[in-house]
Design a protein around this ligand. Structure first.
Ligand code: HEC
Length: 249
C-alpha cells in the first residue's frame, strides 16, 4: 500500500472553511498591525511616511536636540576653553545623561567654565547647572521607549505572534510544495520574530539595528503572505493529482 501525505484536497468542506476563515482573519489582523505600526511611527521626525529615522526615534530616541547641546555648540561655546570638554558633555548627553556621569565628568567641566553664571549664587535668571536636578531642565534626553516597555511589548509579541505563526504553519503543512520551500516558509516567521525583538533592544544601544527591525518585519510579512496565498489557492483550486487517483482506484 502506498501511503501519501494528507493534502488540502483530502480535507472535507468544513475543514477547508475552517482553514480559510482562520487565514483570512489572520491576514486581516496582519494588515491591521501594519496600519497601526504606520500610524504610530509615521511623522515622528516631522516628515510624512515612516522612515528609518522614525524607527530609530522609537527605540533609540532622539538624543540630540537638547537645549544643553544646542547651547554648548552655539551661544555658550565661547565659554568652553577646551574642545574636548564639549565632546565630553555631548557624549554624556548621548549616553542618556546619567547621574554618575554628571558627577564624574560633567560637573567638573561646568565648575570650571559655566557655574560662575549658572548657579543660584550668580543671581542671573539662567538654568541652574550646579545640581543634577537643575540640569534636567536643559538636559532631558529622549532615549526612546523604556526598557520596561520593551520587555512588556516583547513578551506579548513573542507569545502572540508565536501562536499565530504556529497556526498558519499547521494549516500550511497540508500544502503540496517542495520540502525546502515549505520548511523555509514555516520557520522564517519564527526567526523573524526573534530577530525583530532582539533588534528592538539592540537599536536602543545602537541605531544601526533599526535596519534589522525593518528587515525582520519584511521577512515575517513575506513568509506569512507566501503561506497564506499558497494555502488558500490549494484549498480551493488544487485537484487531486492524476497518479494519486490512479493508485487509489
Ligand atoms: C558669563 C555668564 C555665563 C557663562 C560663563 C555661561 N553662560 Fe550659559 N547662559 C548665560 C545667560 C545670560 C543665558 C541666558 C541668555 C541666553 O540664552 O543667551 C545662558 C543660557 C544658557 C543655557 C540655556 C539655553 C536655552 O536653551 O535657554 C544653557 C543650556 C547654557 N547657558 C549653558 C551653559 C554652559 C554649558 C556653559 C559653560 C560652558 C555656560 N552656559 C556658560 C550666561 C552664561
Amino acid at each position: 500500500m502506498v501511503t501519501t501525505r494528507r493534502r488540502f484536497y483530502d480535507c472535507g468542506l468544513s475543514e477547508k472553511l475552517l482553514y480559510t476563515a482562520f487565514l483570512l482573519l489572520m491576514g486581516t489582523g496582519y494588515l491591521m498591525a501594519l496600519v497601526y505600526l504606520y500610524t504610530t511611527h509615521e511623522g515622528h521626525d516631522g516628515k510624512p511616511g515612516v522612515s528609518m529615522q522614525d524607527i530609530v526615534d522609537t527605540y533609540y530616541g532622539n538624543r540630540s536636540g537638547t537645549r544643553l547641546e544646542a547651547a554648548v555648540r552655539g551661544p555658550m561655546a565661547g565659554y568652553i576653553q577646551q574642545i574636548e570638554d564639549r565632546h565630553h558633555i555631548v557624549a554624556w548627553l548621548k549616553s542618556g545623561a546619567p547621574e554618575q556621569g554628571y558627577r564624574e565628568t560633567v560637573r567638573p567641566i561646568l565648575e570650571k567654565s559655566c557655574l560662575q553664571c549658572h548657579s543660584p549664587a550668580s543671581g542671573l535668571k539662567v538654568p541652574d547647572l550646579s545640581t543634577y536636578q537643575g540640569i534636567q531642565t536643559v538636559a532631558k534626553v529622549d532615549t526612546g521607549e523604556s526598557l520596561h516597555t520593551l520587555v512588556k511589548l516583547s513578551h506579548i509579541h513573542l507569545f502572540g505572534i508565536g501562536l499565530v505563526a504556529l497556526g498558519i504553519g499547521l494549516v500550511f503543512r497540508l500544502a503540496a510544495v517542495t520540502t525546502w520551500l515549505k520548511a523555509t516558509l514555516m520557520v522564517s516567521p519564527f526567526v523573524a520574530i526573534f530577530a525583530d525583538i532582539l533588534a528592538w533592544f539592540l537599536t536602543k544601544w545602537d541605531p544601526v539595528y533599526a535596519y534589522t527591525v525593518v528587515a525582520a518585519g519584511g521577512l515575517l510579512g513575506l513568509a506569512w503572505a507566501g503561506q497564506m496565498v499558497i494555502s488558500l489557492y490549494q484549498i480551493w483550486f488544487l485537484k487531486v493529482p492524476q497518479e494519486e487517483k490512479n493508485s487509489a482506484s
